[in-house]
Design a binder for this molecule. Structure first.
Ligand code: SF4
Length: 231
């Protein structure tokens, strides 16, 4: 799986060098109840709330290894006092999966963002807008839970999937290039949609296809469709 490599590298190039990184170790956070609601009266603030910039994206590859670390750009959870911008980027190194099952496996990995949330937090995610707001409880702030803790718990969760070999989680609460990041996250989403269409056996005719723009950019996409069309 190399379809997302270019976009992974573009995101890495967009981000400045990071001095705040945390190595993986076993998470101490407890999983929260999937359906539990964090009421406003118990909320300290919402990352991505109050219409602040907010992006969540995930990209997979089978040719780049990650260091199972969490990176943080901006203030950490205990230092934040109000709704603030929020970005969450997940990079996953996965086994070289069969193309026919690639879309389903990627979707399964994407489900982690909806199914997993540690106790003291509540995720409000939208696949359409790529927003993922995170409500942080007063209790979590009081306990000084940090992005290092949150990242470790997420890495732990992703590594439970047998196809995942390594992970990198990047949290952002301060960044002046959210718009550029949003464009790249949008291309990741379009790449996954194009993959789905290709596997759905749409006709191989680039001149009339509405996915041409993304296929022109993503290395390997046309070759994949050509291969599928011949099989
Ligand atoms: S390779 Fe061509 S036909 Fe296939 S999805 Fe991309 S643009 Fe469309």
């Amino acid at each position: 799986m190399i379809l997302y490599n270019q976009l992974i590298n573009q995101i890495r190039d967009l981000l400045p060098a990071c001095s705040n990184s945390f190595k993986y170790k076993k998470s101490v956070l407890k999983q929260g109840d999937k359906n539990s609601i964090l009421l406003l009266k118990d909320t300290a603030y919402e990352l991505g709330g109050s219409q602040k910039p907010c992006i969540s994206t995930m990209a997979v590859t089978s040719t780049i290894s990650f260091d199972n670390s969490t990176y943080l750009y901006g203030k950490d959870i205990p230092e934040i006092k109000e709704d603030t911008a929020y970005g969450k980027i997940v990079f996953l190194e996965i086994e070289d999966i069969d193309e026919d099952t690639a879309f389903d496996k990627i979707k399964e990995l994407e489900l982690v963002r909806y199914n997993y949330c540690p106790d003291g937090f509540m995720t409000r995610a939208s696949a359409l807008s790529m927003r993922e707001q995170l409500r942080v409880s007063k209790k979590a702030v009081k306990k000084k839970i940090s992005f290092a803790d949150l990242g470790r718990s997420l890495i732990n969760e992703y590594l439970k999937n047998p196809i995942v070999k390594s992970v990198q989680i990047i949290f952002i609460t301060q960044f002046d290039k959210f718009d550029e990041l949003l464009m790249l996250a949008d291309k990741i989403k379009s790449t996954t949609s194009a993959l789905n269409h290709i596997l759905d056996n749409i006709l191989f005719d680039c001149s009339t296809c509405n996915l041409k723009e993304i296929c022109d950019e993503v290395e390997g996409m046309k070759e994949l469709h050509m291969k599928k069309a011949k099989s």
